[in-house]
Design a protein around this ligand. Sequence first.
Ligand code: FMN
Length: 249
Amino acid sequence: MKMNDNVPDQYPYLLSCLIPIQRERLYMKVMALNASPRGKNSNTLRLVNAVLAGVKEEGAETDLLDLYSHHIEYCTSCSTCYATGECILVDDFPYIFDSMMNADGIVLGAPNYIDSVPAPMKALFDRLADAIHCQMLTGKYGCSVCTAGGSGEHEVVGYMNKVLTTLGATVVGGIGVAIGRNPSALKKAEKEAHALGKKLAQSIRGEHKYPEQDEIHRQKREYFCQLVKSDKGRFAHEYDWYVQMGWMK
Ligand SMILES: Cc1cc2nc3c(=O)[nH]c(=O)nc-3n(C[C@H](O)[C@H](O)[C@H](O)COP(=O)(O)O)c2cc1C
């Protein structure tokens, strides 16, 4: 039955096609996480803010979350999330995760702490096992920035970007800078971070293509699909997710 005789039959179909296009062009949201305990004095925050300035210049809305102002418990490996999609721990994780899921782009910022990310960032990553199995950041874009005293900045950027990839997001680049012996390096890195922010927004708009990462994502999704299928009881929520997404083979 037609709901309105003045509206052609194909109208709802055309509308449903147009809405995502308009959304993609007119509305983009990028969220950033900075994992430094030094608040507004954080060196890394300067890079994160430079990325967000580039993002804004391309017309996207931005949101910045200071990870040290939030409470994140350690994963206890109880596996409840695999079965139900819910975590038993009570803290700020759901708020942070919702913010990631509501964004088209994600920026990770962290100082180098002993050649890795600071503990709250790692605690957040450990809480994302279900999201990784479900490849929940599929279709999103991301990048990472790191400052270090003397070394290891590129390794930390590489690590954070790998986490984004593992979650299903497409990585558009990263900036790492060691500022201990050369404080002026941060100024130069801010310029690069600004350009990275622009690229992030342009990538969300579809202006850059990443065929190699598309293939990596295809393989990862296939791998996790098989894992979930291998134990439907243990991974009940994840099995349902794959079915709902039309990804179950
Ligand atoms: C606990 C701790 C561990 C650190 N480990 C390293 C390190 O392994 N290598 C390095 O080059 N700098 C290291 N640094 C220096 C910081 O990475 C550097 O000062 C950074 O710019 C701080 O960023 P922030 O101002 O955003 O907190 C460490 C600093 C702290 C407090």
